[in-house]
Design a protein around this ligand. Structure first.
Ligand code: DGT
Ligand code: CA
Ligand code: CA
Ligand code: ZN
Length: 621
């Protein structure tokens, strides 16, 4: 078992004990035990287990050591299984509602008989929650809003999670002997922060084996449609997926159409019409008497094509399309066949538009005039900032994080653990931060790792806009990420002033997660993004793209305008363990959707350039 798996078990025990209202000391023993295990490096943990020496580790008592040994040898823990059986599973689910912690759940369960979200909603509806001591009308309101959000958001999925599901499916489809081409389209391909459903486009020589493979995937819970051209499934996670099979000569048209967005498609279709062509998921053809009638209203005919008609086999509806070459204007020597999306755009007089830009927000005009930017991409990144370690709430040590950054090929890694006011995240005191700075100096000097580590902090922005550490201490660091982690309920003007004050601090290098939003869970606090962007530009402060898939904050919709005015960003994973360094991939989506080039992303710079920039800032400040 890895140290993370063991720590997960200990944390789950702590949580279940808390739901039961057990002795706080016992609960804390499991929580701190989990932290101690994570602060060990994996080989050291294995050595201790093999030598039966766990008890020698500070913070691991007899009871814990026994349980960890049982987990290690059997992969199971009887104690946990018994504990789970004593708690209604619906109670654990309640934890997903913001503002409802184990203590509140225990009271709700004991006093109101709440066992799941439905019974909690009912208790709120007749005011019984507000009447409980320690709750009140405000708390009840918050719970009701949380339950509503959960319902409204429940149908969508984080891009990252959808991508984890989609990647192996695309690879599996491509490996089938009958498949010629396969892609994931839709919002996933456009890199949208959340995804409603997956859309796979496949061309194949034979249909049946491909459909059988798809519906036979191990996570498929239900097959919701099975036709000749479209098959839909729902996975156990609730995520749904459409598989569309098309003749190979239609592949590019289907891929473009089902990549969307709808707004982009409508504009593309209008552009085609203006040139006497009709564009659809089946092809690009001259407008004929028959098609011109239905294309009088481009968006409604598209709706019909993608909506009611799609299950009913488009090839049957349009018998001539399937066999005929997709290139209707093949007589024109200037117009070759459409083998790629670039060909399709070229046929309409456009440069290739990357999927992330296809939101109907000016990309077609820019593509017409050759004004699309060369978008930043993953290989451009040479390091990253804003990463946590076991010193605060991370799950890997400094050395483990740096080693992982080195295997990613990065030249540098910025550590930014929490500051003292974030006690819930085990924030560092002045003393502990100074020790960490020293540890980083020693680590860099040791030559253990070819990735340079920058010493930073994710410093809390206090309610009045001051930073959580003194200027003298902040000056000892390479860089400072300033973030809001508390007092979210300020009005927009006060929150904006608070953040601008932090931006004005001479030591602030970057602003962390602008709004604090948690996608599909809670909206961000209200801020005037325009004013904050102006202040950041004026003070040479970077606004991060927090690439944690649940944040993706600042939102892509702000970036194009902000960078045009001179704002710089850094794509930061907010990684709490080595595997989360890969989150920068989600941040790249945000950057690309915001039209950003390499030059606008700070962590595409070389180590020498970053060092020079930090030095220059410190001199200026
Ligand atoms: P999602 O799944 O809600 O995250 O978003 P999408 O963009 O993946 O939407 P989806 O799965 O409903 O459809 C995939 C694409 O198919 C969509 O981006 C554009 C195209 N499409 C679907 N319905 C329509 C429509 O009514 N009109 C037009 N023009 N295109 C459509
Ligand atoms: Ca979709
Ligand atoms: Ca779909
Ligand atoms: Zn943070």
């Amino acid at each position: 078992m890895t140290k993370h798996e063991i720590a997960d078990v200990l944390n789950e025990i702590a949580l279940l004990l808390e739901l039961k209202g057990e002795n706080p000391f016992k609960i804390r023993a499991y929580q701190s035990g989990a932290r101690v295990i994570e602060s060990l490096e994996q080989p050291e943990l294995e050595r201790l287990l093999a030598a039966n020496e766990l008890l020698t580790v500070k913070g691991i008592g007899e009871a814990l050591a026994k349980k960890i040994a049982e987990l290690h040898t059997t992969g199971k823990l009887e104690f946990l299984e018994k504990l789970r059986a004593t708690i209604a599973p619906g109670l654990v689910e309640l934890l997903q509602i913001p503002g409802v912690g184990p203590k509140k759940i225990k009271v709700l369960h004991e006093q109101l008989g709440v066992v799941d979200i439905a019974s909690l909603a009912a208790a709120c509806a007749d005011g019984r929650v507000a009447a409980l001591a320690g709750f009140g009308a405000k708390t009840q309101e918050k719970i009701v809003a949380g339950i509503k959000n959960r319902e409204a958001y429940g149908r969508r999925h984080l891009w990252w999670e959808a991508w984890q599901v989609a990647q192996p499916i695309v690879a599996g489809l491509r490996a089938l002997p009958q498949v010629k081409r396969a892609e994931a389209a839709g919002s996933l391909r456009r890199g949208l922060e959340t995804v409603g459903d997956l859309d796979f486009i496949v061309s194949a020589t034979e249909i049946e084996p491909v459909v059988s493979w798809f519906v036979g995937l191990s996570d498929v819970q239900e097959v919701t449609a099975r036709g000749e051209t479209k098959t839909s499934v729902r996975f156990v996670t609730g995520l749904q997926a459409d598989l569309r099979l098309v003749p190979d000569e239609q592949f590019i048209f289907a891929l473009h159409h089902f990549t969307g967005s709808k707004d982009h498609n409508v504009q593309m279709r209008q552009r085609a019409l203006a040139r006497g062509l009709t564009l659809s998921e089946w092809g690009l053809e001259p407008v004929t008497a028959a098609t011109s009638e239905s294309s009088a209203s481009p968006s409604s005919s598209l709706t019909a094509a993608a909506g009611a008609g799609e299950a009913a086999a488009p090839r049957a509806r349009r018998p001539k399309r399937a066999g005929a070459p997709a290139d209707a204007a093949s007589g024109d020597p200037a117009r070759g066949s459409v083998a790629t999306e670039a060909d399709l755009f070229a046929r309409l007089g456009l440069h290739f538009i990357p999927p992330e830009l296809r939101e109907g927000m000016g990309e077609i005009e820019a593509a017409e005039h050759g004004e699309l930017p060369t978008l930043v991409d993953l290989p451009d990144l040479r390091g990253t900032f804003h990463c946590h370690t076991t010193a605060s709430d991370g799950r890997n040590t400094l050395a483990e994080m740096a080693t992982a950054a080195a295997s990613a090929g990065w030249e540098y890694l910025g550590i930014a653990d929490h500051s003292k006011s974030s006690f819930q995240a085990n924030g560092l005191t002045e003393q502990r931060l100074l020790e960490q700075v020293e540890a980083i100096r020693v680590f860099n000097a040791s030559g253990r790792c070819r990735t340079h580590v920058f010493a930073g902090t994710e410093c809390d922005i206090l309610p009045d806009g001051r930073l959580d550490f003194d200027e003298a201490l902040l000056r000892k660091l390479d860089y400072v990420v300033a973030s809001v982690h508390s007092t979210f309920a300020l009005d927009e003007a006060a929150m904006t002033a608070r953040i601008i004050r932090a931006i004005e601090h001479p030591c602030t290098t970057m602003l962390g997660h602008l709004t604090g939003r948690l996608l599909l869970r809670r909206d961000g606090y209200r801020v005037d993004a325009g004013k904050i962007i102006d202040a950041a530009i004026a003070h040479g402060v970077i606004i991060e793209i927090n690439a944690a898939p649940k944040r993706l904050d600042m939102d892509w919709r702000h970036w194009r305008k902000a960078t045009a005015r001179g704002l710089l960003t850094s794509i930061n994973p907010d990684a709490h363990e080595t595997a989360e360094l890969a989150y920068v991939r989600a941040g790249i989506n945000t950057a690309r959707k915001g039209w950003l080039t390499k030059a606008q992303v700070f962590n595409t710079r070389s180590l020498a350039e970053v060092k020079a920039a930090f030095l220059a800032r410190r001199r200026a400040g």
